[in-house]
Design a protein around this ligand. Structure first.
Ligand SMILES: [Zn+2]
Length: 339
């Protein structure tokens, strides 16, 4: 039985290297000629990058091949893997639909095509053999114009059965100069009834507190307990949850090892701030959710009690899980008690 909730995973980073390489090979993509054997491709694909911006270039590479004709291939495989290998029963999958539209067309045309993308992603995720509940989070992007970001919010609100929230992603060096726009967008999203999260306080560049009041959850947020712990009581008050994705910080060069995360978990626990452990890019990292758990445990970053708290928190803070009190774990407990 699938047990876990995953709140932070990107479509662009959710494809495991082998599935992606096979796709490139079949299509005769230039990269498959550059990396003719799987091992060399995997090394290139999963290697740590020196900065968040460089790391995000890999996303662009995957995004460029995720179009309407290939989405069914990638989404069906990632859902199958999440269910079979990770025990995930609830998945919030995030991406920027605009980047999956036809780049040769006008902005207006591409905005129109975003709805086809959202519907196709949902349809491709539906397979009775792998029955997980998947909802989408649409990501505004720091490099896209306001007109496109605004359209994504409106699209999200108009597809409530498929989309559960909005996010802000992209290089965080572009956040502060456009802060008024981001605030306006998140306010608008909330007025339309959407849940909100943003990649924030992930690196030293993305530490702008002005967005915090408009968020239900915080994507990463590790710099809050590490560098701005005075903000923690406010987060606790607002009931905001951090989406912590351990392997990401090694791949982006944000942390040199995972030991600093010990401080993150300890300070959040003391302040009463919930944490959900997530993968961010399970495919790109080649580290699936149970392995994120195991890495933290074996390196003594957390103990099993903390893991249990974080797993429960993931259901509590899920944007579309129907009942936070009723999780797969509690259902099994009920079955045992009734037997
Ligand atoms: Zn992310």
């Amino acid at each position: 039985m699938a047990l876990h909730a995953e709140l932070h995973r990107h479509l662009g980073g959710a494809v495991v290297p082998r599935v992606f390489w096979r796709y490139l090979l079949r299509r005769g993509h230039p990269l498959s000629r550059q990396y003719p054997d799987y091992e060399s491709f995997e090394s290139f694909f999963t290697a740590p990058r020196s900065s968040l911006s460089e790391y995000l270039e890999l996303h662009s590479l995957v995004e460029s091949v995720q179009t309407l004709d290939t989405i069914p291939y990638f989404v069906s495989k990632l859902v199958r893997g999440a269910y079979v290998f990770e025990g995930i029963c609830y998945l919030e999958l995030r991406y920027t639909p605009y980047y999956r539209t036809d780049s040769t067309r006008s902005e207006e045309w591409r905005i129109g095509q975003m709805r086809d993308v959202v519907r196709l992603v949902a349809e491709s995720a539906t397979d009775p053999r792998y029955p997980l509940l998947m909802r989408q989070i649409l990501c505004m992007h720091s490099l896209l114009p306001q007109s496109v970001n605004r359209a994504m919010i409106e699209l999200a609100a108009s597809e409530p059965k498929l989309v559960c929230g909005v996010d802000l992603a992209g290089p965080d060096t572009h956040y502060s100069p456009r802060m008024d726009e981001w605030i306006e967008n998140f306010r608008y999203a909330r007025v339309l009834g959407l849940k909100t999260t943003a990649h924030l306080f992930e690196t030293a560049n993305g530490c702008d507190p002005r967005l915090l009041p408009y968020l239900d959850r915080i994507g990463h947020g590790i710099q809050i307990p590490l560098r701005y712990p005075k903000l923690l009581p406010m987060l606790a008050n607002e009931g905001q949850c951090l989406e912590i994705c351990p392997t990401t910080y090694l791949k982006t060069g944000t942390l040199s090892d995972l030991s600093s995360l010990r401080e993150v978990f300890t300070r959040c626990k003391e302040a009463g701030v919930d944490i959900a452990i997530c993968t961010d890019n399970a495919g790109l990292h080649n580290v699936r959710l149970p392995w994120e758990y195991e890495n933290l445990l074996t390196q003594d970053i957390i103990d099993f009690d903390t893991l249990n708290d974080c797993q429960d928190a993931a259901f509590r803070h899920a944007f579309a899980w129907p009942d936070s009190q009723r999780t797969p774990k509690s259902m099994i407990k009920d079955l045992i008690a009734a037997s």
